[in-house]
Ligand binder design. Structure first.
Ligand code: TEU
Length: 546
């Protein structure tokens, strides 16, 4: 059973710390910063992949699951990272990209060479270049199929064409992937994040999608639960720290994925709350965040997962998302208040909180102004697609500035030195200008910093059973932009009040709150007059009532 007083820190190695002066983050850089993470108080590190890869998708295009890409370091470095982290009571979770491999993987190369055994490791369809098997779209733009003339076959790639989808219906594929899990388990890895794992089970027949982009056919597919149960059982992962990235999933499926009685995963990431600023559900059509929808989604998923005895992985940032403070807060006028409000919202809810590197510092979006600054394959594809749809370059760059995954991939801001202390040379991706003021060194010893606020939140989770193990219920109020929820266990009851926006609010209280029992707030003083709580911009308040 997963201990629920734990917190996970996500590292994107390429942007975390460069130890050898090549402008790329690496594993030795991660080792250098373990003391920082120990001070923050996190219990696990989820590292995104550093396996052998051509880096078309920064490592999510794996060419060898058993070896370390030399850009990041060596196997000895990884073994040292695992052992040094363990000395600091930090467990390592590795990122398993099992929906697809790189087309540079030896399996795919053998398939291209005509080896039918390995062609059945992937999803190939006989055909002619003029007739694509289905009209499905790649999530990175364009068709989800690529034609191989010398084989007279198409292969499926839900992401980039250099990321070929694996055929999970083939037991040989499932056995290969179990061996990968066992290899890293033997090395001391204590958990796994499974990349888009709810996409692994494809339909028996492939047909056009006349109402969508094809995702309804392969998302939470026909055998996904069976395959997950088999993978977990055959590798003994039942009690490990496992989390599934569930793309476009449903609450019902997430209960099944994460209810311990099902024998699948320990917890799930869902993304519905990170689409409230997608107009008509389209990532590349901007709209202001719909806070009413955000509030309702958190309530629905918190209560639904609780009802089903599942477990949410709670997060607002990761390597695929813009920085939450720029997206949902105010990263200038209310930089500190909004960063701390968003952190409180997430960390006081039911589930396991995930901190993405730099989030604890209040790192913001990049503010790029030219396409040459971008690196992400998805962003570069959509720059072209948006202009093909009729946008000017400036209009497309404005959309990228809001939506690009590169917003979360700028180098970690360690100090105000040149290159932010991330590297001694120009990093692989440009830094935002604000690293001179937003950095770990300027916050580490400042008791009032965002960094030290995160430290307090992590300790609150460990010191208050109502937060780690308590139930959750929501107190409805008439304001769509104020969330009030209650965390409760036998020993204590804690009320969490969050003003999601910059407007001041007057909240009618349904009970007396004794500010002397305040646990934390992002403001030094809070104003209660009778049964009215006056909320300042982005004000949050966590208060014990029993
Ligand atoms: O992401 C899945 C995915 O769909 C994300 O790319 C995200 O939902 C999308 O960019 C939103 O537009 C996982 C990894 O986290 C991501 O980094 C990989 O690029 C992707 O899978 C393919 O492995």
């Amino acid at each position: 059973m997963i201990k629920r007083d734990k917190v996970v820190y996500q590292i994107y190695p390429k942007s975390f710390k460069d130890s050898n002066g090549d402008g790329l983050g690496d594993i030795r850089g991660m080792i250098e910063k373990l003391d920082y993470l120990q001070d923050l108080g996190v219990d696990y590190i989820w590292s995104t992949p550093f396996f052998v890869s051509p880096q078309n998708d920064n490592g999510y295009d794996v060419a060898d699951y058993y070896n370390i890409d030399s850009r990041y370091g060596t196997m000895e470095d990884v073994e040292e990272l695992i052992s040094e982290a363990k000395k600091r009571n930090i467990g390592l979770m590795f990122d398993m990209v099992f929906n697809h491999t790189s087309t540079e993987h030896e399996w795919f190369k053998k398939a291209l060479a005509g080896d039918e055994k390995y062609q059945n490791y992937y999803i190939f369809k006989d055909g002619t270049p003029d007739k694509v098997p289905t009209n499905w779209a790649s999530k990175f733009g364009g068709s989800a199929w690529e034609y191989i003339p010398h084989l007279k076959k198409w292969y499926l790639h839900l992401f980039d064409k250099t990321q070929a989808d694996l055929n999970w219906d083939n037991p040989e594929v499932r056995d290969e992937l179990k061996k990968v899990i066992l290899f890293w388990k033997e090395k001391g890895v204590v958990g796994y994040r499974f990349d888009v794992v709810n996409l692994i089970s494809k339909p028996a027949t492939f047909e056009d999608d006349d109402i969508g982009d094809g995702r309804r056919f392969y998302t939470d597919g026909p055998n996904v639960h069976e395959y997950l149960k088999e993978l977990v059982k055959d590798t003994g992962m039942e009690d490990m720290m496992t989390v599934g990235e569930m793309s476009s999933t449903s609450l019902e499926n997430c209960v099944r994925y994460s209810n311990p009685d099902e024998g699948e995963l320990a917890m799930v990431f869902n993304f519905h709350h990170l689409k409230v600023d997608y107009k008509n559900g389209d990532k590349w059509t901007l709209q202001a965040p719909d806070y009413k929808q955000l509030k309702n989604l958190f309530k629905t998923w918190q209560l639904g997962i609780q009802e089903g005895n599942g477990l949410n992985a709670m997060f607002l940032c990761n390597h695929d998302q813009p920085r939450a403070i720029s997206r949902f807060g105010n990263d200038t006028k209310y930089w500190k208040e909004s960063a701390e409000m968003l952190a409180t919202l997430i960390h006081m809810m039911q589930g396991i909180p995930y901190i993405y590197q730099g989030e604890e510092l209040g790192m913001t979006n990049h503010g790029y102004t030219t396409i040459e600054q971008y690196r992400d394959v998805e962003s570069l594809n959509y720059y072209k697609i948006l202009m093909e749809r009729g946008m000017t370059s400036d209009e497309a760059l404005h959309v990228l500035n809001e939506r690009s995954r590169d917003n979360g991939r700028t180098p970690m801001q360690w100090n105000s030195d040149t290159y932010a202390g991330f590297s001694t040379v120009e990093p692989w991706i440009p830094l935002p200008e604000n690293y001179k003021t937003i950095n770990a060194e300027s916050e580490f010893h400042d008791e009032t910093s965002i960094y030290n606020y995160y430290k307090k939140l992590i300790q609150i989770r460990k010191n208050h059973r109502a937060i780690s193990y308590g139930s959750i219920s929501f107190i409805d109020n008439e304001d769509d932009e104020v969330i009030v929820y209650v965390r409760e266990c036998e020993e204590e009851r804690i009320v969490v009040i969050v003003n999601l926006v910059e407007d001041k609010k007057e909240l009618i209280l349904h009970e007396n709150l004794d500010l002397a029992s305040k646990i934390i707030s992002n403001y030094d003083s809070n104003e209660v007059n009778g049964n009215i709580l006056s909320l300042k911009p982005y004000e949050c308040l966590v208060i014990k009532t029993r």
